[in-house]
Design a protein around this ligand. Sequence first.
Ligand code: AHG
Ligand code: MN
Ligand code: MN
Length: 339
Amino acid sequence: MSNVSLTRFLLEAQQKGQIDAELRLCITVVSQACRVIANSVNKGALGGVLGDAGTGNIQGEAQKKLDVISNEILLEANAWGGHLAGMASEEMDHSIPVPQHDDDADSRYLLLFDPLDGSSNIDVNISVGTIFSVLKYEGDGTPTDEDYLQPGTKQVAAGYCTYGPSTTLVITVGHGTHAFTLDREIGSFVLTTKNVQIPEETKEFAVNMSNQRFWEKPMQDYVGDMLLGKTGPREKDFNMRWVASMVADVHRIMTRGGIFSYPIDEKVAAKGGKLRLLYEANPMSFLIEQAGGAASTGRGRMLDVQPTGLHQRVPVFLGSKKEVEAAVQYHTDFDNQSK
Ligand code: AHG
Ligand code: MN
Ligand code: MN
C-alpha cells in the first residue's frame, strides 16, 4: 500500500499543471464532506438518520433523511471556499450561486452532485455513495442553470465515494482514474489503486432484470443472447450482479470489469431514462473512460451528449470496452434494420 495521501496526490497534480489551486481546493472540500457523510451513514439507526424525510425532490422522488442530510453537508462544506461559482444537486430544483469571497481566484468552478446515490439501500445497510462532477465556469457574473448545460467532455474533474465495508473515493482530473481508501485512524484518504484499468472484456453484467418486459427490442436481444451462454451467439456464460446503487455497481466494474446498464424502458421513456446525465451518467462516464472503459447511451458516446436540462435523464451503458461496444452494436443493427 502506498503512503500517498489525497492531499499529497492533489498537490503533486497541481505541481504537474494538471489542476489549479481552486480545483485542488474543490476536490479537497468534497472529500472532507464525504468523510462527514460516511460518519452519518455509519451511525445508521443509532444516529437517527434512517427512513424517509417526508419530502420529495424536483423529480417526484421521495427523499430519504440521508438524501437531505448529505445534500446539506455538501452545500455547507462548499459554500465558503471562494473556489466555486455555484452548485447544482439532484436534490435541488435549481442551481445555487456561491458568493465570491476571493477576488484573487484564477478560476471558478461549478460543482454538481448526487449527494446520496442508492437511496433504496440506506435502510437495509447496503452500500450507498456520493457522485460529483466539476465544470469550469466561463462567465464572470452569477451563474444560472444554463451554465451547467455543458457536455461531459467539458468536465475537469469527477469522482464518487462509496460508503460500504470501507469508504473509497475514486477520482479523475483527466489523467487516469485513481482510488483512495479512507483510513479512519489517521482521518485521511490514502491512494490504494493508481491508474485503475478496467479489463476490456467481461462475463458479468449489471441490469435490473425486473424491467425486462419494458425494454426496447435491441436490449431484449442483447440480454437474451447473454443468457443463452456458451451455446448462444456470445459463446460464453455470463454472471449477473445488481446492487441498485450505481456507485457500488460501478465500483465493482472498476475493480474487476463488467457492464452496467440502465436502458430506456417503457416506464421511464417519457423522462428519457432513469439515471441523470449531469449528476450520475457524466461523472461515471468520465471516470470509466479514464480507466480504459467505455460509456454510451446505446446510440452515442455519453460524454458527447449536449445537455438540455439540469435534471435530464439518459439511458446508460458503461464498463468494459468490448462489452459496451457489443451492447451498442445491437442498437445499431436494430436501428439500421428499422430504417
Ligand atoms: P438515487 O438513489 O440517487 O435516486 O439513484 C438510484 C439509482 C442508481 O443508484 C441505481 O443504479 C438505480 O437507481 C436503481 O434503480 P432500480 O431501483 O430501478 O433498480
Ligand atoms: Mn443516484
Ligand atoms: Mn441520489
